[in-house]
Design a protein around this ligand. Structure first.
Ligand SMILES: [Zn+2]
Ligand SMILES: [Zn+2]
Ligand SMILES: [Zn+2]
Length: 279
């Protein structure tokens, strides 16, 4: 299995529009790994994890062939992760589309999609955008085209049921854990049954002195270190398993280099847009 990081920023992206902060100014001047789009991933060639406001730019910058995408797997409905208007263009008269895609998500994502399409609250038929909706449940694994999708309850967005995921294909497992704070016992119970070969963790707070211990809703660098140690302790990963931090807010005020300096000695790598990994 392969995973490509199509975006590595939190809600405002990096540089954030209008922002005068030091890291946004640095990103404007230097670009490269400090230019971060909203968080999104491509698994192999057929699965997108989240579908946010940068999707047009991501598809073009990273050569994503949308005609090969069979499913969207959504973490939650927040606007940096789900941009329903970018599904409107699948309607007749806008684009030439002939095959369905599957949307795996919680109810809040479907509610948001319905509202954006002007549909009634109970409407279940999305055939006019060639889409089939499937509601996920925590701990209930879904299997599609040989891809096992295990939704795990995230500590985030308490008004809905946010998930993070373990994806398994051909015996290899990938953990994508954003958006989430340090998970609750129920999530650790599900995780403890898994053997993870590569992990990507929410690191919204970065290494900022005030945010590095963030653990409610999102995590900071110190909480990522704790998360990795707990996975080691439970035998979910071993010392050699690559663990990456991702989903950074510009408010952490860290450049890519500074994040590497802080996290690398603790066994955690730093993700960036365009990073492609073999799981
Ligand atoms: Zn987010
Ligand atoms: Zn900024
Ligand atoms: Zn969120």
């Amino acid at each position: 299995m392969k995973v490509k990081v199509l975006g590595s920023a939190a809600a405002e992206a990096m540089p954030a529009l209008w922002c005068e902060c030091s890291v946004c100014q640095h990103a404007l001047q230097h670009g490269g790994k400090d230019l971060r789009r909203r968080t999104c991933y491509l698994i192999d060639e057929d699965t997108l994890v989240d579908y946010g406001p940068d999707i047009y730019w991501q598809v073009n910058a990273f050569n994503v062939d949308l005609l090969k995408i069979r499913r969207l797997v959504m973490t939650h409905s927040h606007s940096d992760h789900f941009s329903p208007v970018e599904l409107h263009w699948r309607r007749r008269g806008y684009s030439v589309v002939s095959s369905d895609i599957d949307l795996y998500s919680n109810e809040a994502v479907v509610d948001k999609l319905r509202a954006s399409l002007g549909l009634e609250a109970e409407h279940q038929d999305f055939s006019h955008i060639f889409l089939k909706s499937h509601i996920l449940e925590a701990g209930r694994e879904v299997l599609a085209d040989g891809l096992h999708i295990l939704p795990i309850p995230a500590k985030h967005a308490p008004t809905e049921k946010p998930y993070f995921f373990v994806f398994t294909r051909q015996g290899r497992s990938l953990l994508i854990a954003n958006d989430t704070g340090f998970p609750e016992a129920e999530a650790w119970e599900l995780l403890s049954g898994c053997k993870i070969d590569l992990a990507l963790l929410d690191c919204c707070g970065g290494a900022h002195p005030k945010h590095k211990h963030m653990r409610e809703g999102h995590m900071g660098a110190e909480t990522n270190i704790e998360f990795r140690l707990k996975m080691l302790e439970l035998g979910i990963i071993d010392e050699k398993t690559p663990v990456y931090a991702n989903h950074f807010s510009h408010n952490c005020l860290n450049t890519h280099e500074e994040l590497c300096q802080y996290l690398n000695p603790q066994g955690i790598l730093v993700a960036y847009d365009g990073l492609e990994l073999q799981v």
